[in-house]
Write a protein that binds this ligand. Structure first.
Ligand code: SDX
Length: 413
């Protein structure tokens, strides 16, 4: 507009290439061509991806084309992980080989167990997981050969075996249980993971093991969320995948992201009773606090995963007994879905609003919930890391900035 010159920029995939803007240089003062300014990348596509599709207005979530509603109960998490990573569900032999390769990652170096044991019992499990996962990479030097397809094929399944074993170890340390991993069993991944978390003698109730499998499936991937974006950005430097994924664990730890499941249950305990919900909601509307577990950057309608978790929660409560906090959660949802503040801002329950109640019913300590989310999201992080490092268009991530600092000045004598 400032020079009244017209520019023709092609539109591809409902987007323009930001680099096409850099050819527009129509003011002598410009240090570089035009750039797009998009703090937090709210409206910027950072890559092409074939893994997950979300339509936030319609509440649609698909993994490699399959609607999320069709997967829990019909496909187990480990096969969903294969689907996200390889693009198709595994056949019989593929599934058998995949499960064997994944379980080979469960053997953790003794030094990692000692490292976890060295943390204070009350250390936050996400901080312990972040440290232990990064340290594990130092024992998996072969994974540095990120451009070798043979190495990638050997390393990738191990990430899923390792994260389940590591989360189990971290949770057992947090709950004062023996650190030794429970005896290997022929059970499927989610049942074995359940045993890692709760190494009781008796096998877990199938309803609870199935509920964990469902939670792992629906939290496995979510396209370019904060933690996956972090994995892709760090992975673009061609660092080893353990370090790239450590960035994802760190991002997921945040209360605005995966840490919200813990924050929701703390909020529900703080509110305590249904009669204290209205004043709490009013304090949210006065911007004194956020309603944790509500709102989403992409979903401007009910998060389809929240619906699935709510149904799963009811099956879990049939086994464990209902949570006293359920009425508080339901009251929050009922009020918020009718209140103009939330309706106008399109704030609905997200994946984290009910998941914490399921984890609490299973007997997990409140600060361990996000470690389960990390175990699930490992599938998505790995899928996106692989897609990113094999994408010929993905150079090292290095965004521009708008400089608003001081002009040149002289230090003087
Ligand atoms: C996850 O991206 C993903 O896909 C993430 C995830 C995944 O699977 O990877 O889905 C997992 O992280 C789910 C989100 C979990 N986080 C929470 O539940 C924390 C509470 N939610 C908010 O912090 C917030 O809704 C975010 C962070 C989730 C989204 O924030 P945005 O998109 O940056 O929205 P915004 O902050 O610009 O809010 C827009 C308006 C603002 O009001 P106004 O300034 O316009 O008056 O909505 C308000 C906000 O104040 N708002 C909220 C609110 N969320 C947004 N007000 C009260 N409570 C909230 N939770």
């Amino acid at each position: 507009m400032r020079t009244r010159r017209a520019y023709r920029i092609p539109i591809e995939w409902d987007a323009i290439r930001a680099t096409d803007l850099s050819n527009i240089r129509d003011d002598a003062r410009q240090a570089h061509g035009l750039a797009s300014y998009d703090p937090a990348l709210v409206n910027t596509a950072s890559c092409t991806s074939a893994i997950t599709f979300i339509d936030g207005d319609r509440g649609v979530l698909r993994y490699r084309g399959y609607p999320i509603e069709q997967l829990p109960g019909r496909v187990r998490f480990l096969d969903v992980a294969y689907l996200l990573i390889h693009g198709e569900l595994p056949g019989g032999i593929e599934a058998r080989d995949w499960a064997a390769a994944v379980s080979s990652g469960a053997d953790l170096p003794g030094a990692i167990t000692s490292m976890v044991a060295g943390f204070p019992a009350e250390a936050h499990p996400m901080g312990v997981l972040l440290a232990a996962w990064s340290a594990l990479g130092a024992y998996r030097e072969a994974s540095k050969a990120v451009d070798d397809p043979t190495v990638r094929a050997a390393e990738v399944p191990r990430f899923l075996g390792s994260i389940a074993a590591l989360v189990g170890l971290v949770v057992r340390h947090r709950t004062g249980r023996p650190l030794a991993s429970p005896a290997a069993s022929k059970a499927d991944y989610s049942t074995r993971f359940y045993r890692e978390l709760f190494p009781a003698e008796a096998p877990p109730d199938p309803v609870l093991a199935d509920a964990l499998d469902t939670l792992l499936i629906i939290q496995a991937d979510h396209e370019q969320n904060c933690s996956t974006n972090a994995v892709r950005a760090v992975g673009s430097s061609r660092v080893d995948p353990y370090s790239a994924i450590a960035a994802g664990i760190a991002a997921l730890y945040g209360p605005l992201h995966g840490g919200a499941n813990e924050a929701v249950v703390r909020m529900l305990h703080q509110i305590g009773t249904v009669d204290r919900v209205p004043p709490y909601i009013e304090s949210v509307k006065r911007s004194e606090r956020k309603l944790m577990g509500f709102g989403h950057r992409v979903y401007k309608s009910y998060d389809p995963r929240a619906k699935i978790i709510k149904a799963t929660m009811e099956r879990v409560f049939d086994v464990t007994g209902t949570s006293p906090l359920l009425d508080v959660a339901l009251a929050i949802e009922a009020i918020a879905l009718e209140d103009a503040y939330f309706i106008d801002r399109k704030l609905y329950p997200n994946v984290d609003f009910y998941s914490g109640l399921v984890y609490e019913a299973m007997g997990l300590p409140i600060d361990t919930y996000t470690t389960i989310f990390a175990a699930a999201r490992m599938a998505g992080w790995v899928a996106h890391w692989l897609e990113g490092i094999q994408d010929p268009e993905q150079k090292i991530t290095r965004p521009r900035q708008v400089y608003v600092g001081r002009d040149a000045r002289d230090l003087g004598r």
